[in-house]
Design a protein. Structure first.
Length: 258
């Protein structure tokens, strides 16, 4: 009886060892030939049409979204999108909670101290939006008025520079949609936005506007945590998309009204 028990124990031990060996071999094989794509996490602020916004079903769409998907596909990643407030995007990169940001973000010198940027993929410029019957037609007309800007944007920085020559009040708000609501409700006199975004609102809401001739936007770029090895890879992808016409296709699709 004892011999039978010992024999069974030996057989059971051998079966366990064989199973473990098979499991290890399978794991090594999977590690050598991965079939699942790595995930590339991108943050955006989905209130900045036509670059990023939500459609009626709640899906995030726009130029930056299509561009991010094209980049991820080119580099062999699956894209995961996180929507957050614009003024929290740089912090998310610094904390490395996301791999990159596409949010119509201009590569300003101030931001370059905290994050890395790709080469620019779009230049829009800035624009002031007013009600259609407004008497505000030039920057000089801003004197004594209230100008709404989105928190953390290049327009907020630009408005502060303009205050050095024209005396007006700046009202920072969370997003572009709120800016337009405040304008329509007469709680601000002017909204100051990226030109591509502004022209969309002017058309949709029957508003008026004029270009800001005093600023020179450094261009929109993809942002990364400092030292990210994705910068070179994304730059190569952007270069290829520019050469094969894919980047222009996206501009024709989303920015043709500019």
């Amino acid at each position: 009886m004892k011999n039978i028990f010992v024999s069974c124990s030996i057989i059971f031990t051998l079966l366990i060892m064989a199973a473990c060996g098979q499991s290890n071999n399978d794991g090594a094989q999977d590690g050598g030939n991965k079939t699942e794509k790595s995930v590339l996490t991108m943050a955006t602020s989905a209130d900045f049409a036509p670059f990023e916004s939500r459609d009626q079903s709640g899906e995030i769409i726009g130029f930056d979204i299509d561009l991010a998907n094209a980049i991820a596909g080119e580099l062999g990643y699956e894209l995961e999108i996180k929507d957050m407030k614009f003024d929290g995007l740089i912090g998310a990169l610094q904390a490395k909670r996301v791999d990159m940001v596409l949010a119509g973000m201009s590569a300003t010198e101030k931001r370059q101290k905290n994050v890395d940027f790709s080469t620019a993929y779009n230049h829009s410029g800035e624009m002031f939006i007013t009600l259609k019957d407004s008497t505000i037609k030039t920057i000089d007309d801003l004197k004594g008025k209230t100008v709404g800007v989105q928190l953390g944007t290049i327009q907020e920085e630009g408005a502060k520079k303009l205050q050095e020559t024209v005396d007006f009040e700046i009202k920072p708000l969370d997003n572009a949609t709120t800016l337009i609501q405040e304008l329509l409700s007469n709680r601000i006199d002017v909204a100051y936005l990226d030109k591509s975004v502004a022209t969309g609102y002017i058309k949709e809401q029957d508003l008026a506007g004029f270009d800001d001739p005093t600023t020179s936007s450094p261009g929109m770029a993809v942002a990364f945590p400092k030292g990210s090895d994705l910068v070179e890879k994304v730059n190569n992808a952007l270069k290829q998309m520019e050469e094969n016409g894919k980047l222009q296709e996206l501009k024709d699709k989303w920015l043709k009204e500019e």
